[in-house]
Design a protein around this ligand. Structure first.
Ligand code: 3PG
Ligand code: MG
Length: 392
């Protein structure tokens, strides 16, 4: 994998820079800008080397359609302020753009193309779409480690058409994760939460062989509770997961890895509602499970206490509503407490997890914070991510 820092001939080159600017948004307001802040050095490096930058990114999961709330507009505004540069958001149909649409003003140095996932071709890893994007530039740079587990057009296929390099942040993340996985101290506990059940549930099987404890909270835990015969009401869940869950429990016994899932929960009637603590056999058909309960919190804290390494991706509940933030916050506080006495090595990753930690102002009390969630877990699995393979 070649780093863009090794390319000496950059002057006046047009760079397609794939970033992951998929920041958490609340009604088009950015609630955490870590993913933007982390890539500023790359943009500054490219500006210093007198290049023209075409930024590519997705936001959310619009599934191939234009969704107004998932525009890159607020992100473009944020970048403009931080870089003190005039940055144009190009909203014209991506498939019809040609180089005349870009940098018409010679002073213009950066443009952003609107959300790649407004086009189904992006997630289909479409060859024509990738070829067309590539035709806009001279060089491709991937500085989106957190998307590199996706074989999408702007991550994978595009590298077939342009000299391709790794960005500064991508290198940093990989170096850090390599170091962590080669020097890991046991017992290792991995906490997995969040709402992307389908992306993560398959990963667990492979993590079982590497870790001592896996704590499953957030959306994925609902599938386990249902598998165990409990009513989970209107809670988010994924269809057809029972077989995978069966394998997870089978492998955990075989590999002596403990699987921990909620023993009690906090439920609400809707996302904005108040919380009620319930035992698992008390959940009703119109309940939404939105956090772990106090007994579960205690179990997780005891486990953190006994661990030498903590790897964490995905909040324990719907922390955007403070009524359901308790589980996630107690996990943060316990890790920070142990970290302050140098009694644990702690790594956290994922857009929402980082937002949570940042919101508490304790990002420096973690040994490493990755911008990546799904990619972070797949990397821990030991997989070669498609986006990294494409650069090699
Ligand atoms: C993330 O938030 O993990 C990345 O932006 C990838 O998003 P995805 O899971 O929708 O592919
Ligand atoms: Mg995310």
């Amino acid at each position: 994998m070649r780093s863009i820092k090794e390319e000496l001939n950059l002057k006046q080159k047009k760079i397609l820079l794939r970033l992951d600017l998929n920041v958490p948004l609340d009604n088009e307001r950015i609630t955490d800008s870590t993913r933007i802040d982390k890539i500023l050095p790359t943009i500054k490096f490219l500006l210093k080397n007198d290049t023209k930058i075409i930024i590519l990114s997705h936001v959310g999961r619009p599934k191939g359609k234009i969704v107004n709330g998932l525009s890159l507009k607020p992100i473009c505004e944020n970048l403009k302020k931080k870089l003190d540069e005039n940055i144009k958001l190009i909203t014209k149909n991506l498939k019809e753009i040609d180089s005349n649409d870009l940098f018409s003003d010679p002073d213009e140095k950066i443009v952003i193309l609107e959300n790649l996932r407004f086009y189904p071709e992006e997630e289909e890893n479409n060859n024509e779409f990738a070829r067309h994007l590539a035709s806009l530039a001279d060089i491709y740079v991937n500085d989106a480690f957190s998307c590199s587990h996706r074989a999408h057009a702007s991550i994978f296929e595009i590298t077939k058409f342009l000299p391709s390099y790794a960005g500064l942040q991508l290198n940093l993340e990989i170096d850090a994760l390599n170091k962590i996985t080669s020097e890991i101290k046991r017992p290792v506990t991995c906490i997995i939460g969040g709402s992307k059940i389908s992306s993560k549930i398959n990963i667990i099987k492979n993590l079982i062989q590497k870790f001592d404890n896996i704590v499953i909270v957030g959306g994925m835990a609902n599938n386990i509770l249902r598998y165990k015969g409990f009513i989970i009401g209107k809670s988010i869940q994924e269809a057809n997961c029972d077989q995978i869950i069966e394998e997870i429990f089978f492998l955990s016994k075989k590999n002596n890895c403990k699987i921990i899932y909620p023993e009690d929960v906090a439920v609400g009637k809707n996302l904005n509602g108040s919380a009620k603590i319930k035992n698992l056999n008390e959940i009703s058909e119109d309940d939404l499970i939105l956090d772990i309960g106090p007994r579960t919190i205690q179990i997780v804290k005891n486990l953190i206490e006994k661990s030498e390494t903590i790897l964490w991706n995905g909040p324990a509940g719907y922390f955007e509503n403070p009524n359901f933030a308790k589980g996630s916050l107690e996990i943060v506080n316990k890790i920070v407490e142990k970290n302050k006495s140098n009694a644990i090595y702690s790594v956290a990753g994922g857009g929402d997890t980082v937002a949570l930690i940042n919101g508490e102002g304790v990002i420096n009390n973690f040994d490493f914070v990755s911008t990546a969630g799904g990619a972070f877990l797949e990397y821990l699995e030991g997989k070669e991510l498609p986006g990294i393979r494409a650069l090699n």
